[in-house]
Design a protein around this ligand. Structure first.
Ligand code: ADP
Length: 178
């Protein structure tokens, strides 16, 4: 499911894909996007279509929040994908996959995935970036948990995400047990 024009099968090292669930986008993700936008001419934030994993936000909601939060970044686009990441990367004409590394705990999984993707296509290079220290402990999962339990997530997520999370919390409070 690609909406972006690509160079159909060409690998362009000036275009990077930053894939993930982004359920929802956090300030840690935004930090990585901005770093990527400094290095690459075009960064595509590619939101994985994974409705079977029971995400808190639909793909459409996640796209809308990411577009809003990143609208001041001219070199950044937001798209969705499903299926094999390397196929998507090829379709949009990118040459790089960007992933964020927070801690040692991210490393093993990210390393396995990078090597598997290289096996599937050795023309695609994975680049890891570290966020600024204040974002190292932020994860989408923790942000959702804290907000749903009534804690403040101010400063951890973009303003639009904070608003949507509060709406979710209010909706859940109005219909307990769902
Ligand atoms: P996935 O389900 O693919 O792990 P996520 O949305 O959780 O999707 O994360 C997407 C990418 O962003 C991953 O590479 C993850 O390690 C990275 N990431 C998540 N949170 C942060 C953060 N706070 N700082 C830097 N990178 C992060």
């Amino acid at each position: 499911m690609t909406h972006l024009p690509g160079s159909q099968g060409e690998y362009d090292p000036r275009t990077a894909v930053y894939p993930g669930s982004f359920d929802p986008l956090t300030n840690g993700h935004v930090d990585i996007v901005r770093r990527s936008a400094r290095l690459f001419e075009r960064t595509i934030v590619a939101i994985l279509i994974n409705e079977d994993k029971r995400p808190l936000f639909t793909v459409a909601q996640r796209v809308q929040m990411a577009r809003e939060a990143l609208r001041s970044e001219p070199r950044v686009q937001v798209d969705t994908f499903d299926g094999l990441l390397v196929e998507y990367v090829k379709r949009v004409g990118a040459g790089v996959v960007v992933r964020g590394l927070r801690a040692i705990s991210d490393f093993e999984y990210e390393y396995q995935m990078a090597l598997m993707n290289r096996r599937l296509s050795d023309r695609v290079e994975t680049v890891f970036m570290m966020p600024a220290e204040q974002y190292v402990y932020i994860s989408s999962r923790l942000v959702k948990e804290v907000c749903m339990l009534g804690g403040s997530v101010s400063g951890l997520v973009p303003a639009v995400v904070e608003e949507r999370l509060k709406e979710k919390r209010a909706a859940v409070a109005a219909k307990p047990g769902e």
